[in-house]
Ligand binder design. Structure first.
Ligand SMILES: Cc1cc2nc3c(=O)[nH]c(=O)nc-3n(C[C@H](O)[C@H](O)[C@H](O)COP(=O)(O)OP(=O)(O)OC[C@H]3O[C@@H](n4cnc5c(N)ncnc54)[C@H](O)[C@@H]3O)c2cc1C
Length: 373
């Protein structure tokens, strides 16, 4: 099957792809989004959406989530816990299959054509045309945005895959009695050191917990053991092995190669996950929108497509570089890093402000936070 030419093709129907497609469709472009799965699809994710992401979307997430998150508890391997809570909403915990379906519908409503069950298998970028080669035929376009996740076939086609060194996270939904759910309602739990080079989490969904562990260490093989040990420490039931799912954490690849020829990368495909928090939804949304805006500018002759690289560096890159630096320091002495981060309510609140984009990691470093005496 050979199709009419599109202004832009987006590969991937997660937050990055939907944001890119919606942005370009609103700018009046003829857009095709290809998603290999059919929605709603399962995505390994804790579903923590910070307030800044909901504000960015202009979306009320109450209907997709349990009670909003207003506080958190952090601990070091189950010990030395500190709880910080307040009135202000910090975010929501959503089921990704529902959240992503809503975002994809927004892109569709904006005018993007969505093709589900369509897998990209290759691409060519020659002359004035890029062609997406898929399980359902070839599609020509003026530009292409790879928003196809951490294992991004588009990134590999652009020669970016070889240098990537990602961490990994696994997650399971744990059903618990209503009383247990109520006890942790509106509060996230993080256990630093639950996995080497990472942490564990318990996030309350409306009807279950998302519990998981993640590590920045690429190739670490013992995450399932870490997860079961963490569940036991938290007094929660073991996860059934068949219900544990995982995915790479796209946090180690540097910021080179975000654009080549007529193609850009967004979200996990671009390696934009925060290496300290494992958070990637906001960066996926923002980079998807920036990629879409840059493509619209490029096709209108207002800017080169390479302008995308500078936009990402300005909006996300510098903070990610600081996060990588702090992650390296943390890995040298994780217990001490915990003492620094959790030493007072003020420090924990400063970390929460970083997640909301109110402070940068550089601001944290500049504050010269000292260990507890
Ligand atoms: C266990 C775990 C927990 C996490 N928890 C959080 C959290 O609480 N909060 C947070 O902010 N971030 C979290 N993250 C990170 C977050 O999930 C990602 O950063 C986010 O999903 C990135 O969105 P995306 O749109 O770039 O990619 P994705 O959401 O991965 O979407 C990519 C899409 O591309 C499609 N695709 C792939 N290949 C092809 C192909 N060949 N052809 C067509 N389509 C294709 C996929 O099916 C998928 O739908 C977590 C990650 C993991 C692994």
């Amino acid at each position: 099957m050979t199709a009419a030419r599109y202004d832009s093709i987006v590969v991937g129907g997660g937050p990055a792809g939907s944001a890119a497609a919606e942005t370009m469709a609103r700018a009046g472009l003829k857009v095709l989004l290809l998603e290999k799965k059919r929605m709603p699809r399962i995505k390994a994710c804790a579903g923590g959406v910070p307030r800044k992401a909901a504000e960015f979307l202009g979306l009320d997430l109450s209907s997709l989530s349990g009670p909003p998150i207003r506080g958190l508890t952090i601990s070091w391997r189950g010990e030395d816990p500190r709880t910080v809570a307040g009135e202000e909403i910090q975010g929501w915990v959503v089921k990704r299959e529902e959240f992503d379906r809503v975002l994809l519908e927004r892109a569709r409503e904006a005018g993007a054509e969505i093709l589900e069950g369509c897998r990209l298998t290759g691409l060519t970028d020659r002359g004035d045309e890029v062609r997406a080669i898929t399980s359902r035929g070839e599609f020509p376009a003026g530009t292409l945005i790879g928003a196809d996740g951490a294992l991004s076939p588009v990134a590999r086609s652009l020669g970016r895959g070889r240098r990537r060194s990602y961490g990994f996270a696994i997650e399971a939904r744990i059903g618990v009695p209503a009383r247990t759910l109520e006890e942790r309602s509106g509060r996230l739990s993080f256990d630093l050191g639950a996995a080497p080079g990472g942490y564990g989490w318990v996030f309350p969904l409306a009807d279950a917990f998302s519990v998981g562990v993640g590590t920045r260490r690429s190739g670490y093989r013992k995450l399932i053991g870490c997860l079961q040990a963490y569940l036991e420490r938290e007094g929660l039931p073991r996860a059934e092995p068949g219900r544990i799912r995982g995915s790479p954490l796209a946090c180690g690849s540097g910021l080179s190669g975000l654009q080549r020829g007529r193609c850009c990368l967004a979200g996990d495909a671009a390696g934009l996950v925060d290496p300290l928090t494992g958070e990637g939804i906001y960066a996926a949304l923002l980079s998807g929108r920036l990629a879409g805006e840059t493509v619209a500018d490029y096709l209108a002759g207002r800017a080169p497509l390479g302008a995308y690289r500078g936009r990402i560096r300005r909006e996300l890159g510098n903070n990610l570089l600081s996060a990588r630096l702090i992650a390296r320091l943390t890995d040298l002495s994780p217990r001490r890093a915990y003492a620094l981060a959790a030493g007072s309510d003020r420090r924990v609140r400063a970390a929460m402000a970083v997640v909301q984009g109110e402070l940068s990691y550089l601001d944290l470093l500049k504050r010269k936070i000292r260990p507890r005496s």
